[in-house]
Design a protein. Structure first.
Length: 350
């Protein structure tokens, strides 16, 4: 699907590199020989995957706020990235209800800042802004949203990501029409995999329950989401930035999600996790009266498939196999960088 040797020697800047998806991204890029700079706040969880992944001494890790334009600009001038992948965000729907101003500042002005740095630095040849499957106006219908559907996220997180898309569109139309830099956005579905310790995410909740030998509590077992292993979007993002680097006509707006058969309910996902984990693990349905979240969400990824010949690598069942494998290796005290590299090699090799 992708020849990672393209990134050997390339200067790549990844925002949000200390997060779950950012850490898998940087581990993949470092393995491919890229010169990686990360720009992010401190790791958002304890424990955190970034510390486990053994990459901090293999990259230029800058701990700073995406809202700080002066600092971000300084990093761009010093590192002169050719490729920029923007992952930094306040990514939790429930947290966006608690801190809407911070969520908008980070997700909207953070995007303005990164676009402005791309505008001011001619070294950048390929830029990708990663948003979310939740950017669309959700009508709770049964078919997948396409890239030309209206943008209008409901909650502050989803809406701020819709705004992030619009900021990118504006910069692309206003400043990037000279073909100097290729610009795309990627709207990815829900990710799962080893090393996610975030709050209010179902697989981390499953892992915590397994560790504490307690029942898994599910808020809404009937909500449908496009679950996929974290390496699916990570490799898709790398494919987009590579291909548009080489051919600017491929820049655009792309959904990144699983095949329709792997869009499952939260209850089905947890049931599969319980079966794969074993050890008598169980789950219970216990709604806690929280804020609104979408009930039904699918993505139509036909554009990504047609443009790049892309296809999913691991089914949702296989994604859970890899998640359980990673987590049990961690519980057993195994070498996590080795586990990550093995899974990356299996994914890319397949």
């Amino acid at each position: 699907m992708i020849d990672l040797s393209f990134f050997n020697g390339k200067k790549v800047l990844v925002t949000g590199h200390t997060g779950f998806k950012g850490t898998w991204m940087c581990r993949t890029l470092i393995g491919a020989g890229a010169e990686v700079t990360g720009y992010s706040l401190e790791p958002p969880t304890d424990p955190n995957l970034f510390a486990m992944a053994g990459i901090e001494d293999k990259m230029n890790s800058v701990i700073a706020d995406i809202r700080d334009l002066d600092k971000l600009s300084k990093v761009f001038r010093e590192t002169k990235p050719e490729i920029v992948i923007h992952l930094a965000a306040q990514p939790i729907v429930r947290d966006s209800y608690k801190e809407p101003v911070y969520t908008y500042e980070t997700n909207v002005m953070g995007t303005v800042n990164i676009c402005e740095c791309v505008r001011q630095n001619e070294c950048v040849k390929s830029f990708l802004n990663v948003t979310t499957d939740k950017v669309y106006e959700n009508r709770e219908w049964e078919w997948g949203y396409r890239e030309n559907e209206p943008l209008d996220g409901y909650d502050p997180y989803s809406n701020s990501k819709s705004c992030s898309e619009l900021v990118t569109h504006s910069y692309k139309n206003s400043f990037f029409t000279d073909d100097r830099v290729a610009v795309s956005t990627a709207r990815a579905g829900n990710v799962i995999g080893g090393g996610d310790f975030a709050n209010d995410r179902i697989i981390p909740d499953c892992v915590r329950a397994a560790e504490q030998k307690k029942d898994i509590i599910i808020r809404n077992p009937f909500s449908t989401r496009p679950y996929q292993h974290v390496l699916e979007p990570v490799v898709a993002y790398l494919m987009i930035v590579k291909e548009q680097y080489e051919n600017h006509e491929l820049q655009g707006y792309y959904n990144v999600g699983p095949d329709e058969v792997d869009c499952v309910t939260t209850g089905d996902l947890v049931e599969m996790f319980v079966e794969k984990w074993g050890e008598g693990l169980k789950w219970i349905d216990q709604y806690d009266g929280g804020p609104h979240e979408a009930g039904f969400l699918k993505l139509d990824c036909s554009k990504l498939k047609k443009t790049f010949g892309w296809k999913t690598t691991w089914s949702v069942s296989e994604a859970l196999d890899k998640t359980v494998e990673w987590t049990k290796a961690w519980f057993a005290g195994e070498n996590i960088p080795d586990v990550m590299d093995r899974q990356i090699q299996e994914f890319v090799g397949r």
